[in-house]
Unconditional design. Structure first.
Length: 682
């Protein structure tokens, strides 16, 4: 999923004009053209389903302040509550920004369908047409396309799988009045515009000479946790200042030496130049236009380091209650359970109702059965993701695939002791719905499922009577919903609180942290599961998943050169994630409720709520540049260098000159500054 996207096309258009005039959006080889004017568009992603409606206005405002011209988003399948697409698009419009609508209908990771996807399949084609038409009609009704005086200047159909020509004709027939783009499609059918996805798109060139360069997904943006609208603002301002030259000027490339290139954009009135150093290790000094320039391998913009506000923590103060999740078995069959004498694919049986599916069967063992007195191995074939196994109501083990091993079959094996007469086997399968061609790859448990005593004594259970139950009891009965709490409050036990016990529900109450800083809940100590605050889902957690300690290198880290996700890796042997955002709109005055479903087993005693704020700002720059630092409404308490300009202020700026810092002993004049932000208590 992309975090920051850059599209070369269009500057901010005034909010008033969005409402008074329809905008004619066209293009040539240089850029998107709005009403005859070439534009540069800097677009950022805000995926509205991942935030609350109360957050949208502030997020979009910050995007605008950071120099962005447009906000782009995928489209979800539900439009209720925080998934109100039209409200989100109107919020973008109210802030005076363009919108780029990625209808798709794919949001990168695939979705469960009961048909073959992205093929010449009538069922799929009809469903895609219905969905795309529905979204277009919703947007047209509210007059949100630029051709209707709205702010949507581009729309996307398909995502990273553009080999389907028929969807181009289908999209074009909807007559939205703005260009359609396809994501990651080489030479798409007319009138679709080709775009680039990737770690780098600097060498990308569209196949169609009349298509402008557009970068819809900047994959390197995935790896940066802080938002980009702040520390890239100056870059955005520079690009806007030379917009006319970039989109109208003549372009030529000039080699300054073997590894440094000057790209020059020139009109009759002015010119702009970009110097690039393609060496991955060595900085360069070059002479261009009679002026000497230092061209580093890479540059470092300002970074904001988040820190937790310890003053508002509630360590060890949460009082917990708990209850177990019901372990299903074939001995009691519910009304909605289904029984068949075969193993069924999880997608077909669960039908996208839940990620969890129980497979349950029973085995009758006679006195003369050779398996009765021996050690038997339960052997289960699974198509990766997560499997939990229970025998006669007792947990016997789990297995899951490693990161990156998508659609790989593994074998789960565990020794068991069979009892005389009936024995119960319950297998809980979790599908993460992730990976390419999800519809074509089997999901869940596969045949055979076996009891193995020896090489010659194997009992195949695949044709047994298998009972299937979709979902978990606690989720079906809404243990997480505070409105349903009175119905089952007597079933929550306060003492003792079990730890490292899988399939356990935990509940506690807490007071919302004061102020308006972002709130997070620290789930360190837990295994894997799901979390809710006041009935609102925070999503899944997995703090027991530890980053590979072998990825961190002991030698000095060097960021320079082309990007790699294995370069300068830090925090190995730590959880991949431990803090989870709790939107302020989920919280209320007085008592709030946190509910956890712990799937693997963990200890909730360390769980605590915290607020997040900027702890420090770092910047690295060269002589002649102006340094700007801000703690965002909080005073700067300490500067590791150049403190005479900044301490006590909420923001500061100063010129890097020899008069202030003295003459350096090295040839390259470079300054690193770190500002520490002051804590404020009330």
């Amino acid at each position: 999923m992309n975090i920051f996207n850059i599209l070369f096309s269009s500057l901010i258009f005034s909010f008033i004009l969005f409402h008074l005039n329809a905008l004619n959006v066209t293009h040539d080889s240089r850029s998107i053209i709005n009403d005859g004017t070439h534009r540069i568009i800097l677009s950022g992603s805000i995926h509205y389903p991942r935030s609350t409606a109360q957050m949208w206005s502030d997020l979009i405002r910050k995007a605008k302040e950071g120099g962005l011209d447009a906000v782009e988003t995928y489209v979800q399948y539900d439009f209720s509550g925080n998934l109100d697409l039209i409200r989100f698009l109107k919020t973008i419009q109210d802030q005076g920004l363009y919108a780029i609508l990625r209808i798709s209908p794919y949001t990168c990771a695939e979705w469960n369908y009961g048909v073959s996807l992205r093929t010449k399949n009538d069922v799929f084609m009809n469903e895609m047409k219905n969905f795309t038409t529905l979204i277009v009609d919703m947007v047209k009704k509210e007059k949100l396309f630029a051709s209707q005086r709205g702010n949507i200047i581009l729309a996307q159909v398909e995502n990273e799988y553009g080999n389907i020509n028929w969807c181009a004709q289908m999209a074009d027939s909807l007559n939205i009045g703005v260009p359609w783009i396809m994501c990651q499609q080489a030479a798409p059918p007319e009138p679709m515009l080709e775009t680039c996805n990737g770690w780098y798109c600097d060498e990308y060139k569209p196949k169609d000479p009349n298509t402008p360069k557009m970068w819809t997904e900047n994959w390197t943006g995935w790896k940066f946790k802080p938002t980009k609208m702040g520390h890239l603002k100056q870059l955005h301002d520079v690009l806007h200042s030379i917009e006319y030259t970039l989109t109208n000027g003549d372009v030529k490339n000039e080699k300054l030496n073997n590894l440094v290139m000057a790209t020059i954009y020139q009109t009759k009135e002015k010119s702009s130049c970009f110097l690039s150093n393609t060496n991955t290790k060595i900085d360069a000094n070059v002479n261009f236009g009679g002026i000497s320039y230092f061209v580093p391998v890479s540059t470092q913009t300002s970074l904001m380091v988040k820190k937790l506000n310890k003053a508002e923590d509630e360590p060890s103060s949460l009082k917990w209650t708990w209850r177990p999740e019901l372990i299903e078995s074939a001995s009691v069959q519910g009304r909605r359970d289904i029984s068949v004498n075969k193993i069924v694919d999880q997608k077909d049986m669960a039908n996208d109702v839940s990620d969890y599916l129980w497979y349950m069967t029973s085995i009758d063992v006679a006195k003369d059965d050779p398996m009765l007195n021996g050690t038997v191995t339960l052997r289960v074939n699974d198509t990766s993701h997560v499997l939990h196994a229970f025998f006669n109501g007792e947990y016997i083990g789990s297995q899951w695939s490693k990161y990156g091993d998508n659609n790989v079959t593994y074998v789960f094996e565990k020794n068991i002791k069979l009892s005389l007469r009936k024995n119960l086997i319950s297998l809980l399968r979790l599908s993460l719905n992730y990976g390419p061609m999800f519809d074509l790859v089997g999901a869940g448990i596969t045949s055979p499922i076996e009891l193995v005593l020896s090489k010659n004594i194997i009992k195949d259970l695949s044709s047994n009577k298998w009972t299937y139950k979709v979902g978990l009891n606690g989720i079906s009965n809404k243990f997480f919903d505070t409105n349903c709490a009175s119905k089952s409050s007597s079933n929550w036990v306060s003492d003792p609180i079990p730890v490292d016990r899988n399939f356990t529900w935990y509940k506690t109450t807490f007071k919302a942290p004061l102020g308006n800083k972002p709130v997070v809940v620290d789930l360190l100590g837990l295994g894997k599961g799901m979390a809710w605050v006041n009935g609102h889902s925070l999503g899944r957690y997995w703090p027991s998943y530890i980053a590979n300690k072998k990825l961190c290198k002991t030698e000095t880290c060097d960021y320079r050169g082309r990007y790699s996700d294995s370069k300068c890796v830090s925090k190995c042997s730590e959880p991949t994630q431990r803090w989870y955002h709790v939107p302020r709109s989920f919280l209320k005055d007085g008592e709030n409720t946190l509910v956890l479903f712990e799937e693997f087993g963990g200890n909730p005693s360390a769980v605590q709520f915290q607020t997040v704020e900027i702890g420090s700002i770092c910047i690295n720059t060269h002589e002649g540049k102006e340094v700007k630092l801000s703690c965002q409404d909080r005073p700067i308490s300490k500067i590791k260098f150049a403190s005479f300009e900044c301490v006590g202020k909420e923001s500061c700026s100063f010129k890097i000159t020899e008069d202030k810092f003295g003459k350096p002993s090295c040839e390259i004049k470079k300054l690193a500054v770190e500002a520490v932000c002051k804590d404020i208590t009330f």
